[in-house]
Write a protein that binds this ligand. Structure first.
Ligand code: NAP
Length: 321
């Protein structure tokens, strides 16, 4: 089969398409025929070799995919060849025609979701769910600012928050991104590249501020976030690409919380709850992953350039084997 292989850490050019042996499932594993693989920023961080998690070389990147079960290990009872699934982890990497997954890293893909949408669930929807509900304790009738709502995680957060009855304010950096965020259910959309958008946010909330901020670029925004929170508000730090200065008094006066979010810290029980909720939302239609770009597997390097562009996000980037 064909797979992207990384033999040395570095820039996008180290992603090479190669012919490798077809994988075989071990005990407790399934092999998935990948129809689409999700491209996440973390795949690009790992590729550089400077990220906290450093795989042994060579490796195939990717954790998320939509596809069909090809074969199962001897002791696997839950899955059979032909099942439509999405993955949220893979021992062999999903940037390939086939991926080996532990049976617990696979869930049934609802019939109304495409394979491309299946590839957009694992990291983005899992992280948005964890940030809002498992770490953020988000409640119906609260107001949330999704700070960076036009990308994979942001769109998921908008749809999840809207579905439980929150008031949703989303931001994007382009007109196209703003329209997308509006179309996905945000009550209000602001442009995070304009100077006065947080003044507008205070007007929208009658000067009160928001209960929760889902923060996708904390190194730019955390200081201002603390001034946009209501009393007892919390900032969920999901994305950050550097250091930032804050004024701790902005948190003191509001008794505000800054909470980190890491998808990989999710427990088995929490994963069970998370994916039950995500599958329910996909099935009834409140969750609808948006695919911005489909890129051939052979052009994985271009996909990594695209996912690291500083602005212009428009949903999810997926690779097509
Ligand atoms: P993505 O699809 O590339 O989206 C990036 C988002 O950031 C876009 O909505 C973009 O908006 C927005 N953005 C750009 N400039 C911004 C600004 N000044 N203020 C606020 N937002 C801004 O990436 P993603 O998959 O959604 O991931 C987003 C971040 O979360 C990444 O840093 C990723 O590494 C991180 N993440 C963390 C975890 C975790 O476990 N903690 C899990 C998943 C992702 P425009 O393009 O419209 O400007």
């Amino acid at each position: 089969m064909k797979a992207i292989r990384v033999h040395e850490f570095g820039g996008p050019e180290v992603l090479k398409l190669e012919e490798v042996p077809d994988p075989q499932p071990g005990p407790g594993q399934v092999v998935v025929r990948v129809h689409a693989a999700g491209v996440n920023p973390v795949d690009a961080y790992i590729r550089t070799g400077t990220y906290a998690f450093k795989p042994n070389l060579p490796y195939t990147p990717g954790s998320d995919a939509g596809g069909v079960v090809l074969s199962v290990g001897l002791d696997v009872k839950q899955w059979k060849a032909g099942d439509r699934v999405y993955t949220f982890g893979a021992s062999s990497g999903t940037y390939a025609e086939q991926a080996v997954c532990n049976q617990s890293q696979v869930r049934r893909l609802p019939a109304n979701a495409s394979f491309e949408q299946g590839a957009a669930i694992g990291v983005p929807y899992g992280t948005a769910y964890r940030g809002l509900f498992q770490r953020g304790n988000a409640k119906p009738a609260e107001t949330v600012l999704v700070h960076g709502a036009s990308g994979g995680v942001g769109i998921a957060a908008v749809q999840l928050a809207r579905a439980v009855g929150m008031t949703v304010i989303g931001t994007a950096g382009s007109e196209r991104g703003m329209q997308l965020v509006k179309d996905q259910g945000a009550h209000h959309v602001l442009n995070h590249s304009s100077d006065d958008y947080l003044d507008e946010l205070m007007k929208l909330t009658d000067g009160r501020g928001v209960d929760i901020i889902v923060e996708l670029l904390a190194n730019k925004n955390l200081g201002k976030d603390l001034t946009a929170l209501a009393k007892k508000g919390r900032v969920m730090v999901i994305g950050s690409r550097g250091a930032v200065e804050i004024n701790p008094r902005d948190a003191m006066g509001r008794e505000a919380d800054i909470r980190g979010v890491t998808l990989v810290a999710t427990t088995e029980t929490e994963y069970g709850e998370m994916h039950a909720a995500l599958i329910a939302g996909l099935t009834v239609g409140t969750l609808r992953p948006i695919i911005g770009q489909e890129i051939p597997l052979a052009e994985a390097a271009r996909a990594h350039q695209e996912v690291m562009k500083p602005s212009g996000a428009h949903g999810k980037i997926v690779l097509k084997p």
